[in-house]
Ligand binder design. Structure first.
Ligand SMILES: Cc1cc2nc3c(=O)[nH]c(=O)nc-3n(C[C@H](O)[C@H](O)[C@H](O)COP(=O)(O)OP(=O)(O)OC[C@H]3O[C@@H](n4cnc5c(N)ncnc54)[C@H](O)[C@@H]3O)c2cc1C
Length: 497
C-alpha cells in the first residue's frame, strides 16, 4: 500500500489529503504540530463564545466545492455560505464613507452618491478592466501548474492581445493612478494589494484583478465562522480514512533508498510520498535532512504580517456596525506601504480593518457583546523584544482611534491578540507573514516555488508559500494541485509499482 504523509493540516494540507483519497489503496496520514487542524484559519474560545482568529471572508467558493467533490460530497451538505447585509463599509479621513454591496452596480451607485458620478463611473470601468485581467490571468497563473517565464512568453507571443490585458508591465499603483481620479477611490483600490500582503507600488498591475474576485465574483461568510470550513474538511478526510496525528511536530524529513522518513522528537513515520504544507522556508532551512535537497531559492520578499486582536464589543443595533469595515488613516495611505516595506517598521498611522464576526458569519456572540476582530498590517520579520514594544504602542494608537471614531466604547476590552512575533513562532519559517512571498515585482509569480519539487521525486508542496500563493482559495487550490502533481507523476517516480 503506497503511503503518503502530509506535513501540516492547514488548508493546503487538508485539500491535498482529500484529493489523495482518489487513490483508495493509498494510506494517507496528516501530521500536525498544533493540537487542532486549520493552521492560520484558527479559532479561540472566550466565556463560551468561539471566534475566528484568521481569515474573515471567503472568495472563490468554487474551490471549496472542488475540494469537497474530490470525495464526492456536495459542499452544501457540509457548509452554509452567508451574504451579510450591510456588507463592507469604508471610512475616509474627510468623513466620507461608502458601502461595498454584493453587486458591482449597487456599489457603483453607493460610490456615485458618496464621491460623485465620475467616481462611480470610474469604479465600474475599473472593475471591468480587473475582470479582463482575471479572465486571462486565472488560467495562466492560478488554475494549472506553476507558470514559468517560458509559458508567459508563449502566451505573450501567441496571444499578444490577451497578454496585454494582464497588464504585467506596470505596477498596480500606476494603473490605478491612470484610471482613477478621486484620491479616496485610489486608496480603496490600493488596499487590494494587501489581500496577498503585497505593495501596490511594486506589485504588477495584474494583481488589480483581486478587486474583481471579491466584488465581481462575490464574497461570503461561512455560517458559524470560518472555522466551520476547517471542521467540514477535517471530518470529510477522517470519514474517507485519512489519519490525523495532532501535536506531532515534524523535525526532519529524510530520504533513504527511495523511502521518506518523517521524524519528530519521539516518533518516525515512513512514506513513499510527502506533501509539505508547512512554510517552504521551514522545509528548506529546518526540515530537509539526508537525501532531501529541494534546491529552492527563497530570495523574494515575504508578504505582510499583521497585528490582530479580538475586542468584546457592546453589540450595536442592526445596520450600525457592518460585517466588514476599513478605516483609512488620517494622513497619506501610501505611508503605510513605505513604513512596512521600505522602513520595515509598524505603520505610524495604519488603515484598520474590522470584522464583526456575528454579522459576517452569523456566528453567536455573548449576551450583550459581540466579537469584533481587528487587523492592522505589519512588516514581516518583527521578532525582537523591541518589536513587541512597538506593537504595544501601535495597539494603543489603534484602540484610541477606534474609540474616537465611536467604533468601540470606552469599556470594550481586548480579549485576545496576536503580534507578528506570535505568528512567526506559531508558523515556523513564515517570519510572521500571512501569505508566503509577497508579489512585489514583475517576476514574483515565477519565483514562487512550484508544487512539484523535481529535485526530490515524491515530494510536493501545498499551501500559501507555494504556487499559486496565499489566501483561503489559493491555499486550497495549492493542495489540490500538489496532489494532482503527485498522482500524475507517481508512476514516473515509481510510486505505483
Ligand atoms: C489574521 C489572518 C487573516 C487572514 N485573512 C484572510 C482573508 O480574509 N481571506 C483569505 O483568503 N485569506 C486570509 N488569510 C490567509 C489565509 O488564512 C492563509 O493564506 C491560509 O489559511 C494558509 O493556508 P496554508 O495551506 O498555507 O497552511 P497554514 O495555515 O500556513 O498551515 C500550515 C500548517 O502546518 C503546520 N506545521 C508547520 N510546521 C510543521 C511541522 N514541522 N510539523 C507539523 N506541522 C507543521 C502548522 O502548524 C499549520 O497548521 C488570513 C490569515 C491570517 C493569519
Amino acid at each position: 500500500m503506497p503511503k503518503a504523509v502530509v506535513v501540516g493540516a492547514g488548508l493546503g494540507g487538508l485539500a491535498a489529503s482529500l484529493a489523495l483519497c482518489e487513490k483508495p489503496d493509498w494510506e494517507v496520514t496528516v501530521v500536525e504540530a498544533a493540537s487542532r487542524t486549520g493552521g492560520k484559519v484558527g479559532w479561540e474560545r472566550h466565556e463560551g463564545v468561539i471566534f475566528d482568529t484568521g481569515p474573515s471572508l471567503l472568495t472563490l467558493p468554487g474551490v471549496v466545492e472542488k475540494v469537497c467533490r474530490q470525495v464526492e460530497c456536495p459542499m452544501e451538505d457540509r457548509l452554509t455560505l452567508v451574504r451579510p447585509q450591510p456588507a463592507f463599509r469604508y471610512y475616509f479621513s474627510d468623513g466620507t464613507t461608502f458601502e461595498v454591496a454584493h453587486s458591482v452596480e449597487k456599489t457603483a451607485q453607493h460610490i456615485s452618491e458618496a464621491l460623485g458620478a465620475r467616481a462611480g463611473q470610474e469604479y465600474a470601468a475599473f472593475l471591468d478592466y480587473a475582470k479582463g485581467i482575471w479572465e486571462v490571468a486565472a488560467p495562466a497563473f492560478v488554475w494549472g501548474s506553476a507558470p514559468t517565464l517560458g509559458s508567459a512568453l508563449r502566451l505573450g507571443l501567441t496571444k499578444l492581445r490577451e497578454f496585454r490585458r494582464v497588464d504585467p508591465m506596470r505596477t498596480m499603483a500606476e494603473a490605478i493612478e491612470e484610471r482613477i481620479s478621486d484620491w479616496r477611490l485610489r486608496d480603496f483600490f490600493w488596499r487590494y494589494a494587501t489581500y496577498n500582503g503585497s505593495d501596490p507600488r511594486s506589485a504588477p498591475a495584474t494583481l488589480n484583478c483581486i478587486c474583481w474576485v471579491e466584488q465581481g465574483l462575490g464574497f461570503w461568510g461561512v455560517e458559524g465562522g470560518m472555522n466551520q470550513l476547517v471542521d467540514a474538511l477535517e471530518k470529510l478526510a477522517r470519514q474517507r480514512g485519512v489519519t490525523f496525528l495532532l501535536e506531532h511536530p515534524v523535525t526532519a524529513i529524510r530520504r533513504r533508498e527511495g523511502v521518506f522518513e518523517i521524524a519528530g522528537e519521539d516518533y518516525e513515520l515512513d512514506g513513499d510520498a510527502v506533501v509539505v504544507n508547512a512554510d517552504v522556508r521551514h522545509l528548506v532551512e529546518e526540515l530537509a535532512g539526508h537525501g532531501v535537497d529541494p534546491n529552492l531559492s527563497l530570495n523574494g520578499p515575504s508578504s505582510m504580517s499583521a497585528w490582530t486582536a479580538v475586542i468584546r464589543a457592546r453589540r450595536r443595533p442592526p445596520g450600525e456596525r457592518c460585517a466588514h469595515a476599513v478605516i483609512f488613516p488620517d494622513g497619506d495611505y501610501g505611508r503605510e506601504f513605505s513604513d512596512i516595506f521600505d522602513r520595515k517598521t509598524p505603520p505610524a498611522d495604519p488603515a484598520i480593518y474590522l470584522c464583526a464576526r456575528e454579522k459576517a458569519h452569523q456566528a453567536r456572540g455573548w449576551k450583550r457583546e459581540e466579537p469584533l476582530f481587528v487587523m492592522v498590517n505589519m512588516p514581516p520579520g518583527m521578532e525582537s523584544e523591541a518589536d513587541e514594544h512597538r506593537c504595544e504602542r501601535l495597539k494603543h494608537h489603534v484602540l484610541q482611534r477606534l474609540r474616537q471614531l465611536h467604533h468601540i466604547d470606552g469599556d470594550d476590552e481586548v480579549i485576545w491578540e496576536r503580534t507578528p512575533r506570535d505568528l512567526a513562532h506559531r508558523f515556523p519559517g513564515s517570519r510572521g507573514s500571512l501569505y508566503g512571498a509577497a508579489s512585489n515585482g514583475r517576476l514574483a509569480a515565477f519565483r514562487r516555488p512550484a508544487n512539484r519539487v523535481d529535485a526530490v521525486p515524491g515530494l510536493v508542496l501545498a499551501g500559501g508559500s507555494a504556487h499559486p500563493g496565499g489566501g483561503v482559495p489559493l491555499s486550497l487550490q495549492s493542495g489540490l494541485q500538489a496532489a494532482r502533481e503527485l498522482l500524475s507523476h507517481g508512476e514516473k517516480w515509481g510510486l505505483f509499482e
